[in-house]
Design a protein around this ligand. Structure first.
Ligand SMILES: Nc1ncnc2c1ncn2[C@@H]1O[C@H](COP(=O)(O)OP(=O)(O)O)[C@@H](O)[C@H]1O
Ligand SMILES: [Mg+2]
Length: 324
């Protein structure tokens, strides 16, 4: 990582923005954003158009904000873009790979561009390509790569110069569920194995929960929430009950539980039950009442578990109580 003198002290924000606003001719992409991002893995989530990619380009010094200030690793984004890019790796959202070049040549080239001597760039390129799982295919031209391989090559070039921070813009975009999980594991390991701070974006609101220490939610260029992941996933005090079948079975259960005096509503495939004070109805424990109701209705119980907050809940408009 960095030498003694320039190392980032623990607890010092890796990214700090104050009142960052970014106006495009027709749209305000960032609206007076105040944000502090610490070390570790931070998930930046928000729907398409929320301003995630714009924020990343501002942080890299590639786009001058309309107003406000921001520092990355202590460097000012307006005047010290080159210093920022020397210490920060960037994985862009869109395909940026030359089709007729191998991943090995490309990553070596990117290392050279970052100022690494040729032999060091070659060693680092081999290391990072192995790390992202492209050891076998690294001499093949990237035009023939699958989306998953292209995403890995993009990740490798972001790591080649041993940055202190990487900004990963939608690294799971276009991947199937298995490749998505592999990519998220890689992202997590950049943080844990190498101690590199990570800011990673996704428009899929729930997918970064398991790899992020901290989650920042953007909506329409504004900060909706910034919290430790553990706060997002705290127990809600509710019970989630899932039964076999479709929404028909789920709603039969919901109505029966409501008739027995429980406050409940549908959440995805499950019924969320809000236990009454004391956790009992007429002397019967809520879990027992749920179990008995499932049996009385002749339904198959899949699970009863504690409800937990999810990132989606920040945006959620609760489903209306299901129609019978
Ligand atoms: N170069 C641009 N010119 C004009 N509008 C843009 C440009 N880039 C992004 N936008 C607009 O700014 C808003 C935020 O976009 P973006 O930062 O790409 O969001 P996200 O990455 O969260 O999907 C959107 O409304 C988008 O259409
Ligand atoms: Mg984007």
């Amino acid at each position: 990582m960095t030498g003694e003198g320039e190392s980032v002290a623990r607890g010092t924000p890796v990214i700090r923005t104050r009142g960052i606003t970014m106006e495009y001719p027709r749209v305000r992409a960032l609206d007076a954003l105040d944000l502090d991002v610490g070390q570790g893995v931070t998930g930046l989530v928000g729907a398409n158009g929320a301003g995630k990619s714009t924020l990343i380009k501002v942080l890299l010094g590639l786009l001058a904000p309309t107003s406000g200030d921001a520092q990355v690793l202590g460097h000012d984004v307006r005047s010290q873009g080159a210093a920022i890019r020397a210490r920060v790796g960037y994985m862009p959202e869109h395909d940026c790979l030359p089709a007729d070049v191998s991943a090995s040549e490309f990553v070596v080239h990117m290392g050279r561009m970052s100022g690494l001597p040729h032999t060091v760039a070659r060693e680092r390129a081999a290391d990072v390509l192995r790390h992202v799982g492209l050891a076998e295919e690294r001499y093949r031209v990237m035009g023939g790569y699958s989306t998953g391989m292209k995403q890995r090559a993009k990740l490798a070039q972001a790591l080649v110069h041993d940055p202190d921070l990487v900004l990963l813009d939608e690294p799971t975009n276009g991947l199937d569920p298995a490749s998505r999980d592999d990519m998220l594991d890689l992202v997590r390991r950049i943080g844990t194995d190498f101690g590199i701070s990570v800011l990673v974006t996704s428009h899929l609101l729930g997918e970064l929960e398991r790899v992020s220490d901290h989650v920042v939610v953007l909506d329409g260029g504004r900060l909706l929430r910034s919290s430790a992941t553990s706060e997002f996933t705290e127990a809600t005090g509710t019970l989630l009950v899932e039964v076999l079948g479709t929404t028909t079975e789920r709603d039969r259960l919901g109505h029966a539980l409501a008739e027995r005096g429980l406050q409940c509503h549908p959440v995805d495939g499950a019924v969320e039950v809000v236990p009454p004070p004391g956790g009992e109805v007429g002397g019967v424990d809520v879990r027992d009442l749920v179990r008995d109701t499932v049996i009385d209705l002749d339904l198959g119980l899949v699970r009863i578990q504690e409800g937990r907050h999810r990132i989606q809940d920040v945006f959620a408009v609760r489903e209306e109580v299901a129609q019978p």
